[in-house]
Design a binder for this molecule. Structure first.
Ligand SMILES: C[S@@+](CC[C@H](N)C(=O)[O-])C[C@H]1O[C@@H](n2cnc3c(N)ncnc32)[C@H](O)[C@@H]1O
Length: 238
């Protein structure tokens, strides 16, 4: 199931990447899989000169609007623009590509420092409760196999196969904060499994049951907080 995080959830992860790679004024950053340009925006706000690539033309257009001072093109992460960069970032990209080793190898050739982020293992991320929320009707979910890049030893091995020397893998806990029930429930109840359940269950019962499962994550102000672990791998080409 794919329920996006709340607005702005990525800020602590982006800050961790920028801190770990010492991005500051004038740093040349290549952002692989730049999406809508939110990481690029955070880098540019520190004075970096940002170049971004993404396969999705709509994402590239959004990134160009988000970071007008940056340069964004529709390209595969394995085929970045020519040039040398101080930092090459692959933020939440590797789990989406067919060949993460090839992407890391190419990243190492493009720049000095490579930073790649990935979700932690399923058990390390509270968002799994959103996928489990409909278990009373759909039965217990088999735990997702997860992406290999979520296993720290496998991510390190991939980086080493890509010819990188791993400096560290930092862990960052990123809270997904939802201000109230609706901010969490509206997208959750619009998901495919929820709509399947809603065809046969009273909506009020569905809502109450899901909220009961989410009760342990309720914050004192009436919102919800899900804590998720991400890893930031920092490496250099050998
Ligand atoms: C989860 S999003 C992350 C976006 C952004 N890095 C962020 O953290 O907000 C993954 C992005 O990678 C892009 N993507 C997937 N495969 C790609 C590839 N082979 N080359 C370039 N971009 C790719 C997708 O289009 C999407 O925008």
């Amino acid at each position: 199931m794919n329920v996006g995080g709340p607005h702005g959830w990525g800020a602590p992860l982006y800050a961790a990447v920028l801190d770990a790679t010492a991005v500051g004024a004038g740093t040349r950053v290549l952002d692989l899989g730049c999406g809508a340009g939110l990481f690029a925006r955070a880098a540019a706000d520190r004075g970096a000169r940002v170049t971004g690539v993404d396969l999705d033309p709509d994402a590239v257009a959004l990134a160009a609007a988000t970071v007008p001072e940056g340069t964004f093109t529709v390209r595969h992460a394995q085929d970045p623009p020519a040039g040398r960069f101080d930092v090459v970032a692959a933020v939440q990209l590797l789990m989406h590509v067919a060949d993460p080793v090839a992407v890391l190898h190419r990243a190492g050739r493009a720049g000095g420092v490579v930073a790649a982020t990935a979700w932690g293992r399923e058990r390390e991320c509270d968002v799994r409760v959103l996928a489990d929320a409909f278990a009373p009707w759909l039965g217990p979910r088999r735990p997702a196999r997860g992406s290999p890049v979520s296993e720290p030893a496998r991510l390190r091995a991939m980086a080493e196969r890509a010819g990188l020397s791993v400096e560290r893998q930092a862990e960052v806990v990123v809270p997904f904060d939802y201000a109230d029930e609706d901010e969490l429930l509206v997208p959750l109840l619009a998901s495919v499994p929820a709509r399947a359940v809603a065809r046969r269950v009273d909506p009020a019962i569905l809502r109450a049951t899901v909220l009961e499962r989410l009760e342990p994550y309720r914050s004192e102000h009436g919102g919800y907080r899900l804590r998720n672990l991400f890893r930031v791998l920092v490496a250099r080409s050998r």
